[in-house]
Ligand binder design. Structure first.
Ligand code: CTP
Length: 420
């Protein structure tokens, strides 16, 4: 498995991974994750909550990890196990993470060894929730996860499938191989250090009157995932977004609404960007003369006349400064690659991410996606169905490859540009 163009084993080899296991039926899948981490060369320190030990025996993890399981702040030879574990970790992974763990972590409550460890670490933390659908969808759980995301915690969302007790729905722990890939991504190379990346995300809203608008089904999840991955890989990120989704802690966030606002913000930010990724679903048409107040039924059926919006990406293609890399997305439901290729040429960009928004599990509002990345150099890269985080990294792998293929600017060119 490769992450950021690097084999995950070479990323994880020798790295210290604290594997936290909390009390859910999916604890049995953490056994497989433990094995995958060990096979990839990681030094795994398992930490189990008391409840986790009701589902899987300690000896299973200690045998796989060749290291004793820790489960208490008060037992064992180490007087301060949580700080020792937290300080020594390259990454902490909690899989499965119960609603209780997520709530305690979000609120800074350290009532057992695992919650104390995640609070006592400066290492990145990956949280993989698993619970019943009703609990997963509860606003308390979602709000707590948003808090964690805002603090830089990587959340690997659960998938859909069979749950305990024969129920079926969302809340099933992500597959161990996907969690392994997420961990490798977190520890992957900072190959975008020093690169300024502007990302647009979400669907624009075009007002009809003071209370109504035209929009589309875009959730902004894929654009936010690109911003998140770029920040993690060391980029200086500006995120222009129509959504209130969590953004990377280090990013500059510009919240916009309409295509006109997005155009202004993107063009302003693109002036000093090395890479612009247009993941936003910009409306193609907008009401020509939106009403200032609310239209009333008593006024009759409104005659809404539409006009085209500016094509921001095409404008970027015309205005781009030498060396700047432009990435577009193409949302299609038919002849996906053919139409995406036509956009690559007509908009004058370097990469187009072709997205079949009609296929199962892909496109608007899903947590997963499947894309084909087309390069102006003729390259074609198929990225099969996976999390939007993994797709974001695949897109950025192509960006890194394009940047590497560019002729290097003279040594002082960056300084001159920054001083402009
Ligand atoms: N885009 C843009 N400005 C617009 C419309 C689209 O910058 N007014 C960008 C999108 O952000 C995306 C790319 O252009 O990166 C392709 O968008 P898409 O909606 O797939 O295509 P359109 O150009 O809108 O063409 P069509 O809707 O006819 O397929």
């Amino acid at each position: 498995m490769t992450v950021a163009g690097v084999d995950s084993s070479s990323i994880l080899s020798g790295r210290r991974v604290v594997l936290g296991v909390t009390g859910g039926i999916a604890a049995y899948k953490a056994v497989e994750l433990c094995r995958l981490l060990v096979d990839a060369g990681a030094r795994v320190a398992p930490v189990m909550t008391e409840d986790a030990t009701r589902f899987v025996g300690e000896v299973t993890f200690s045998a796989l990890a060749s290291e004793p399981v820790r489960r208490s702040l008060w037992e064992g030879p180490d007087p301060i196990p949580h700080t020792r574990l937290g300080q020594g970790a390259d990454v902490v992974v909690v899989a499965p993470a119960t609603a209780r763990f997520v709530g305690a972590y979000a609120h800074g409550i350290s009532d057992d060894l695992l919650t104390a460890t995640v609070l006592a670490t400066r290492a990145p933390v990956v949280v993989c929730p698993a619970m019943h659908t009703e609990m997963w969808e509860h606003p308390a759980v979602q709000d707590n996860l948003d808090v964690l995301r805002r603090r830089g915690v990587v959340v690997v969302p659960p998938g859909e499938g069979r749950l305990a007790g024969g129920d079926v729905g969302a809340g099933r722990l992500a597959e161990p191989a996907d969690i392994l890939a997420a961990v490798a991504r977190v520890l992957g190379p900072a190959d975008l250090a020093g690169v300024r990346v502007v990302v647009s995300a979400g669907g624009t809203r075009e007002p009809i009157d003071a209370v109504r608008f035209i929009t589309n089904r875009s959730s902004g999840k894929q654009g936010h995932a690109v911003a998140e991955a770029a920040a993690r890989r060391g980029a200086e990120v500006v995120l222009v977004t129509t959504t209130a989704l969590a953004a990377p802690a280090s990013a500059t966030v510009v919240r916009v609404d309409s295509a006109a606002e997005m155009e202004r913000a993107v063009l302003e930010q693109a002036g000093s960007a090395d890479v612009v990724v247009m993941a936003a679903a910009v409306a193609d048409f907008r009401p020509k003369a939106p009403a200032a107040g609310k239209l009333s039924k008593s006024d009759g059926i409104p005659d809404v006349v539409l006009e085209p919006t500016p094509d921001i990406l095409a404008e970027l293609g015309r205005l781009r400064r030498p060396g700047q890399l432009l990435v577009g997305f193409a949302a299609e439901t038919a002849d996906v690659v053919g139409r995406a290729r036509a956009k690559l040429v007509s908009k004058g960009v370097d990469l187009v991410v072709a997205n079949d928004v009609g296929a199962p599990g892909t496109g608007f509002d899903h947590d997963t996606n499947a894309v084909t990345i087309l390069g102006a150099d003729g390259s074609v890269r198929d990225v099969g169905l996976r999390s939007k985080d993994a797709v974001a990294d695949a897109v950025l792998d192509s960006v890194v490859a394009c940047l590497a293929a560019r002729p290097q600017p003279p040594a002082d060119a960056g300084a001159t540009r920054r001083n402009q």
